[in-house]
Ligand binder design. Structure first.
Ligand code: ASP
Length: 581
């Protein structure tokens, strides 16, 4: 038997017992006639002690054990004179009577501790060692718990988990596909699913009624920070439902998850239309942990001789609470910040709301105390606050101000990781205009149903058509999104037409789905939640990478197995692939 107990198990109650433990050498400490080894496994750490008086040979042996050696020891559980309250097993140690090396180890390239000396790259290269660290392992345990609770909740609601294929044809999520060449069909390729979207809709046609899957999805996007080319979704679809049914059911799911995983009541989710979110926060995934909402004050700034504001389509102001003590230097720095190309503002106008009720602004030349007071009033600002103003086109300034608001929220400590605020954003536009191609694209995907009352606008004002589409947003992060689907063939054909698909193109890409819809497709809709993202939120960490056992880096590389990599000529030949150049 390799062990009678694990390394996290022994307590004072075990005092006097003979036990066998197996694990890794986390640390060794040598003192004159004594040595200690911290033996680690998944469950915890137990201190082993070696004593010259008791067994000199064994002490000498112990002093040869390097970090990460795999050991099996037998010994007696003994109360420690020097207890360690930080360790669950800290009341006892095992006085070793015999020891066996199960496997030696090279010295690891970084220390396997919560506070490691290993840089990102190195840790990714040796991810299997990184995963020995408690903090990293805890993340994966959390992930397991979230998955378990998701399954439990959905199972209770009669959902059935169905696996869908990975080698498929292009899916409609709008990113680039990863493709896999088919050896048996030269010149032909599978695509990896960007989501199981079409399959889950087919399952509704099949009468499954409620489907879910915790599933890998693949999108070949330029990797922005914290994107993974393969990621996991909680993918769901339901029949005979309206938007309201889906919102309620999945609101219930996040409530359940927060309760079970975090012991926290997230409450009911407020709902905000897309238009409102854009107006108040300039963002379709607003972080509502804090206020600092937008105020459109264009009309209050007009006609006072300040050409920049006069020429602008929109003048937005936010009020940063308690910031009227900002120094010149801080404001200069903030101005530089908004002028960075990533933000792209031309400049920043500010107004101090002084404690004595007066105002001081960077545009005092043009605006009177009364003008500035009116702005402050419009922003519900108080004495001691600082108004920050940006101007430009409606969409441009919203984007910039949204960045500035988030930055100020960050600086003022208003984006607390231990606070969770969730909401639904609903009534998304159906279409979005792509400046480059001059075409309209489905904002969600082409199977999303327009709001019936807006269908007539498709011809006249496509941008104004709203969809039965919704996103779930937590702490400014889009954790999920979905829609009610089109189940009517003629409406789907109309949509394809407006999206610029010819009939042939639509049939080539999605013919199988359109055919299926000829055989009694029920009204249906669904949602997909980003599983990695949800886990990282629960874990209070920004990066989803920390919650994926074997993640890729920002270049989409797996540094450990060194993928992607070249393949040999023979394999290329078999696949009928000729490389350029
Ligand atoms: N397939 C969609 C996505 O991956 C989600 C959905 O509409 O259910 O974003």
């Amino acid at each position: 038997m390799f062990r009678t107990h694990d390394c996290g198990e022994l307590r004072i109650e075990n005092n006097g017992q003979m036990v066998t433990l197996s694990g890794w050498v986390a640390k060794r400490r040598d003192f004159g006639a004594l040595s200690f080894i911290d033996l680690r496994d998944r469950y915890g750490i137990t201190q082993l002690s070696f004593n010259e008086e008791y067994n000199k040979e064994l002490l000498d042996e112990a002093r040869k054990m390097g970090r990460e050696f795999v050991l099996q020891v037998q010994g007696k559980v003994t109360e420690r004179s020097n207890k360690n309250p930080k360790l669950a097993t800290g009341d006892v140690e095992v006085v070793v009577e015999s020891m066996r090396i199960l496997n030696p180890s090279l010295t690891p390239p970084f220390t396997i501790e919560d506070d490691t000396d290993g840089g990102d790259e190195l840790r990714m290269q040796y991810r299997y060692l990184d995963l020995r660290r408690d903090v990293v392992r805890q993340n994966l345990i959390l992930r397991h718990q979230v998955a378990k609770q998701v399954r439990q909740y959905l199972d209770n609601k009669l959902f059935i988990e169905v696996e869908t294929p990975v080698l498929i044809k292009s899916t409609p999520e709008g990113a680039r596909d990863f493709v896999v060449p088919s050896r048996m069909n030269p010149g032909q390729f599978y695509a990896l699913p960007q989501s199981p979207q079409t399959f889950k809709q087919l399952l509704m046609v099949s009468g499954f009624d409620r489907y879910y899957q915790i599933v890998k999805c693949f999108r070949d996007e330029d990797l922005r920070a914290d994107r993974q080319p393969e990621f996991t979704q909680i993918d769901c679809e339901m029949s005979f439902v309206e938007q309201e049914d889906i919102l309620n059911l999945f609101e219930g799911m996040v409530q359940h998850l927060f309760k079970e995983v975090k012991g926290f009541d997230i409450g009911t989710l407020p709902r905000m239309t897309y238009a409102e979110a854009m107006r108040r926060y300039g963002n379709d995934k607003p972080d509502i942990r804090f206020g600092m909402e937008f105020n459109e004050i264009k009309s209050l700034t007009e006609g006072k001789g300040f050409p920049v504001f006069d020429a602008a389509e929109s003048v937005l102001a936010i009020s940063a609470s308690g910031c009227s003590n900002y120094t010149r230097k801080q404001l200069d720095e903030l101005t530089e910040w908004v002028k960075r190309p990533q933000i792209g503002a031309k400049g920043l106008v500010y107004v101090f709301c002084n404690a004595d009720g007066t105002f001081k602004s960077s545009v005092d030349k043009f605006y009177s105390q009364e003008d500035l007071a009116a702005w402050a009033k419009a922003c519900s600002a108080n004495a001691g606050d600082l108004l920050l103003l940006l101007c430009g086109t409606i969409n441009g300034v919203r984007k910039q101000m949204s960045e500035l608001r988030l930055e100020m929220g960050q600086r003022l400590g208003l984006r607390d990781r231990n606070v969770f605020k969730a909401l639904w954003v609903i009534d998304f536009p159906l279409l979005e205009h792509d400046e480059e191609s001059g075409r309209w694209h489905a904002m969600h995907h082409p199977f999303t149903s327009p709001k019936p009352e807006d269908i007539t606008l498709l011809e006249t004002d496509p941008g104004a058509v709203r969809a039965n589409a919704y996103d779930m947003v937590i702490n400014g992060v889009e954790v999920g999104g979905g829609s009610i689907r089109i189940h009517d063939k003629s409406l789907q054909a109309l949509m394809f037409k407006h999206l610029g698909f010819t009939e042939d193109e639509a049939r080539y890409q999605f013919g199988f789905l359109m055919n299926a819809f000829e055989y009694g497709a029920p009204p249906h809709g669904g949602i997909a939640l980003g599983f990695d993202r949800l886990c990282s939120l629960f874990g209070g960490v920004d990066s989803i990478r920390d919650f994926i056992a074997f993640p890729k880096n920002n270049q989409g590389r797996d540094l450990m197995i060194d993928a992607p990599s070249t393949i040999d000529q023979k394999q290329l030949d078999e696949l009928s692939i000729a490389l350029k150049g």
